[in-house]
Design a protein around this ligand. Structure first.
Ligand code: TXA
Ligand code: MG
Length: 318
C-alpha cells in the first residue's frame, strides 16, 4: 500500500524518487497532485501515461518561490503584481516560456507558454525544496475523474500504479488553483478556482476578463466540458429529490426526502462547500444511485468555481 505518512524520512525518499524520474503523489493546499521532474521528458511522459491524459493538455509547473518561476517564464509586470499578492497560494499564471528554461517541451504540450504556480502547503514546499527540481503536477486523478482531496482518493484511482502517496490529510481548499493568463497587460481568467475573481479584481483594480473559448482567446485546454465526471448523472439547480436520486445539498433549507444526502455546508458557507465538494461527489457516486440532485449554489465568490466544476461534472459525456 503506497500511502505513507509524510514524515521527514518519507519526504527524503520522495525527493530521491523524483530526482530519478519517478512519480510521487502529494497534497497541495488545493488538491492532491501527481508530481514528476518537469525537466525530465520521460518523467513528464510517465505522468501523461499514468493519468491516461490526452497529451495536448499541458501541465502546471510547481516551484517553491517566485524567483524560481522567473527562471522558467517571463514574469510580466502584471504577473509580478499577482505573484506578490497571491504566491505562495492557489493561483496559476500562464506566461511565456523563458528561452533558456530547462523545462521539458512536453510540460507545455508544445505551446510556447507555461503555467506556473507556487503552492502554499508546507509538505509541497518541503518536497519541492528537497527535490531541487521544478515539478510538473497535475491533479492526482485519472483523466476525466474527480480531483482528489484525500490520499485515499489517489489510491482509489491509481492503486499501486503510483509508487508513493504522501498523506497530509484532507486538502484545505478542495478546488484546484485559479488559472490566469498573465502574458499581456490585462489578465484573462482561464479556469476559475480557489482564488476568486473578486479577490483578483480587488488587487489589480481592474475587471477580470473571462476566456470565451473563441479563437482569439487563449483558453485552458484542460477545460474539457465533461472533465470532472462522476458515474451518476448530475441534475443541477434541483429544488426537490426524485426517486433513485441522492441529494447534494447546500445551506440550511434542505428539501425533505429519504434520499442519501450530503450537505456541502449547512450554514451556506462557500469556502466550506468548496473544501467538501469533490469528496461529497465521490461519496454520493458510490454506484447505488442513477443521479445526484444538486441544490442551487450561489455564483458569487468561490461559487463561480464550484458551479464551473458542477457544470462539467454534469455535462453530457462525449
Ligand atoms: O490546484 C492545482 O492547480 C492542481 C494542484 C495539484 O496544484 N493542479 C492541477 O493541474 O489542477 P491540472 O493539470 O489538473 O490542471 C492544469 C490546468 C488545465 O486546465 C490546463 O489546461 C491548464 O492548467 N494549463 C496548463 N498549462 C497551460 C498553458 N500553457 N496554457 C493554458 N492553460 C494551461
Ligand atoms: Mg485536473
Amino acid at each position: 500500500m503506497p500511502i505513507v505518512k509524510a514524515t521527514e524520512a518519507a519526504i527524503g525518499r520522495a525527493a530521491a524518487l523524483l530526482r530519478q524520474g519517478g512519480l510521487v503523489a502529494f497534497p497541495t493546499e488545493t488538491v492532491y497532485g501527481l508530481g514528476g521532474d518537469a525537466t525530465n521528458g520521460r518523467a513528464v511522459a510517465a505522468i501523461f501515461a499514468a493519468k491516461g491524459r490526452p497529451s495536448f493538455n499541458p501541465l502546471i509547473v510547481h516551484v517553491p518561490d517566485a524567483a524560481m518561476a522567473g527562471e522558467h517564464a517571463l514574469l510580466t509586470p502584471l504577473a509580478t503584481r499577482l505573484a506578490d499578492a497571491f504566491w505562495p497560494g492557489p493561483l496559476t499564471l500562464v506566461l511565456a516560456r523563458a528561452a533558456h528554461s530547462p523545462l521539458s517541451d512536453l510540460v507545455s504540450a508544445g505551446l510556447n507558454s507555461v503555467a506556473i504556480r507556487v503552492p502554499d502547503h508546507p509538505l509541497a514546499q518541503a518536497l519541492l525544496r528537497a527535490a531541487q527540481r521544478p515539478l510538473a503536477v497535475p491533479s492526482a486523478n485519472r483523466s476525466g475523474h474527480l480531483s482528489p482531496t484525500r490520499a485515499e482518493h489517489v489510491l482509489a484511482d491509481f492503486g499501486d500504479g503510483v509508487a508513493l502517496i504522501l498523506d497530509g490529510g484532507p486538502t484545505a481548499h478542495g478546488l484546484e488553483s485559479t488559472v490566469i493568463d498573465a502574458r499581456g497587460a490585462e489578465p484573462v481568467l482561464l479556469r476559475p478556482g480557489a482564488v476568486t475573481a473578486d479577490q483578483i479584481e480587488a488587487v489589480l483594480g481592474m475587471p477580470l476578463r473571462r476566456a470565451t473559448g473563441s479563437s482569439d482567446t487563449p483558453t485552458s485546454p484542460g477545460q474539457l466540458a465533461s472533465h470532472y465526471a462522476p458515474r451518476a448523472r448530475l441534475r443541477l439547480e434541483a429544488t426537490s429529490v426524485k426517486a433513485g436520486e441522492a441529494l447534494l445539498a447546500f445551506g440550511p433549507n434542505t428539501p425533505q426526502s429519504g434520499a442519501r444526502t450530503i450537505n456541502l455546508s449547512p450554514s451556506g458557507d462557500l469556502i466550506e462547500a468548496a473544501a467538501n465538494l469533490f469528496a461529497a461527489l465521490r461519496a454520493l457516486d458510490d454506484g447505488h444511485v442513477d443521479a445526484i440532485a444538486v441544490m442551487p449554489i450561489p455564483g458569487n465568490g468561490l461559487g463561480e468555481a464550484i458551479n464551473d466544476r458542477l457544470k462539467r461534472a454534469g455535462a453530457p459525456r462525449g
